[in-house]
Design a protein around this ligand. Structure first.
Ligand code: ZN
Length: 530
């Protein structure tokens, strides 16, 4: 691949003067095809398939002469524990006026094994609206409610005046649980917001028995004391609100427009019995470095991240059970390799070092990045930025980039300038309800104070492209059809790679390291005052 790349470079340098100077999209897609091949069985965290895909990456890095920067060569071991629900031995029942209303798991609701479910629990339900406690905005959905020993029923979303990044942070598993636990709650029943569901209930339910995973170590437990977690099908949610003077239709209509929600006790309890099977799982992050050339600044690192894991083998859809994860996230993993290859070949005399981290366990709750960000192989204070790529979706021509974290640090200004030079516009997250700012690996670096951003190929609201993206989520997101047999825009991919490369070079060579904006909420996590 190295030789072919050099040839392509010579050709493109003479024939193309704008947009994708270093990339053609094709060599990227070739790597995507390899990483998403059936032989890697969907790269489930800790599986032989994931290991195989990682070995492929490592072989390429070695061939390129890019140095290892893990704990064990290119690898950083990540120890995990999986939890699998034995659904046949688990039940969920609503209790109303002394009557039992058994729920069918998968139809009306399903358990979440993200928390250590208690084998038996019965508790009254309290509807807490969005369930958000945001001191910065004097917003406390839990105020005035008696949650002692109760299960909080949460409607996913946030009220409109709240900035997307702030709303996303307080909706994270850890932050939400902190507030609920302090109020005395013992569990959470979540109702998805029908206005922001990425995939239909039927497919959510299909994935429900996949084991979940946690990092080994009490310090990594984000939900201590949480005894119950389940998701309720919005189609059946009226039953929860019967006899309250409110309807779910009313709640959903308010939630769609990000309006404030009423909060009140429900005349119901829930009773659950569960059986969990736990197992040890061994996985790895893959870490490599291109050292900087400046005697002082080479000690600082521009970190590029992408998750290599995906969902593995699941329930069959149209006869296919391998979740190949071509876009999610062979695409980002391949892009990192392509950027590494390009930087290595083109000798841009990078002043700072560039660190490449292919993290594991993203699909299980951002676990590999959390492990790396808290147990880094280079000092945290020397990580000047994290540029993360997860499912950047080059499925339409690239005109506009969506940048998560655009207003939080001067990385936003830098990427705006890089993109403009290449003829692209940038926009902030147009879909704040989807919480994308905390739904990928950059979030763990942000929590360590590292200015971060993530980008995707974007769309202008109200255009046919918007429909295409929505359709992609409905049909292919977290489904076996996210494979190499789908339409892809190689020119868009090349343009995206060019922006990522340009931003990496800018951050590596600029005299100032990136800084949080003074008004950014996330500035509080900064350890090294920039
Ligand atoms: Zn995913």
């Amino acid at each position: 691949m190295g030789n072919r790349f050099v040839l392509l470079c010579l050709l493109t340098v003479t024939s193309v003067t704008h947009a994708a100077e270093h990339f053609d999209g094709r060599s990227w897609w070739d790597v995507v095809k390899i990483l998403s091949d059936d032989k890697y069985e969907g790269r489930n965290t800790g599986s032989p398939g994931e290991r195989g895909a990682q070995e492929y990456l490592v072989s390429q890095l070695k061939a390129l002469g890019i140095k290892p920067a893990g704990a064990n060569g290119y690898y950083q071991p990540v120890e995990l524990r999986s939890r699998e629900l034995v659904e046949a031995n688990s039940t969920l029942v609503l209790l109303r006026d002394g009557r039992e209303e058994p729920l069918t798991l998968g139809q009306q609701a399903f358990f979440s094994t993200r928390v250590a479910l208690a084998p038996r629990i019965a508790a009254p339900l309290v509807f807490v609206g969005y369930g958000l406690k945001v001191p910065e905005q004097d917003d406390d959905d839990l105020a005035g409610l008696d949650l002692k020993g109760k299960i909080a029923v949460v409607f996913a979303g946030s009220p409109a005046p709240m900035a997307a990044a702030l709303a996303a942070h307080y909706q994270s598993l850890a932050e939400r649980w902190k507030a609920l636990k302090a109020a005395g709650a013992v569990g959470v029943l979540s109702i998805p917001n029908p206005a922001s569901m990425d995939i239909p209930w039927s497919r959510m339910a299909l994935n429900r028995t996949q084991p979940s995973m946690t990092l080994v170590g009490a310090e990594f437990d984000e939900t201590p004391g949480d005894l119950f977690a389940a998701t309720f099908n919005p189609e059946y949610a009226e039953t929860l609100f019967a006899g309250t003077g409110h309807t779910f239709a009313e709640i959903a209509a308010l939630g769609k427009d990000r309006k404030p929600l009423p909060r009140f006790a429900l005349p119901l309890s829930i009773r659950a019995t569960t059986q969990l099977v736990t197992k040890e799982v061994h996985s790895n992050n893959v870490v490599a470095v291109i050292p900087g050339s400046d005697p002082v600044r080479k000690r600082e690192y521009v970190v590029l991240t992408a998750h290599i894991d995906h969902l593995g083998i699941g329930e069959p859809i149209n006869g296919d059970r391998i979740n190949n994860g071509a876009m999610d996230n062979a695409s980002g993993s391949a892009m990192l390799l392509e950027v590494a290859r390009s930087l290595k070949h083109n000798h841009d005399k990078l002043k700072r070092s560039v660190l490449f981290v292919w993290v594991t366990g993203e699909e299980k709750g951002l676990l590999g990045s959390r492990y790396y960000a808290t147990r880094p192989t280079v000092p945290t204070a020397d990580m000047v930025a994290d540029l993360n790529t997860d499912m950047f979706l080059p499925i339409v021509p690239l005109k506009i980039l969506t940048v998560y974290g655009l207003a939080e640090s001067d990385l936003g200004d830098r990427v705006t300038a890089v993109a403009a030079r290449l003829g692209y516009r940038v926009q902030a997250d147009p879909e704040p309800l989807r919480n994308l700012f905390i739904r990928s690996d950059q979030y763990n670096f942000i929590k360590q104070g590292v200015p971060s951003l993530a980008m995707k190929v974007g769309f202008d609201p109200g255009t046919p492209e918007e429909k295409l993206f929505k359709q992609w989520l409905t049909d292919r997101y977290h489904a076996p059809s996210d494979d190499a047999n789908q339409p892809v825009d190689l020119t868009a991919a090349a343009g995206f790679e060019e922006v990522m490369r340009g931003l990496t070079v800018q951050v590596a060579n600029a005299s100032q390291r990136p800084a949080w904006k003074t008004d950014s909420f996330f500035r509080r996590f900064a350890k090294a005052a920039p």
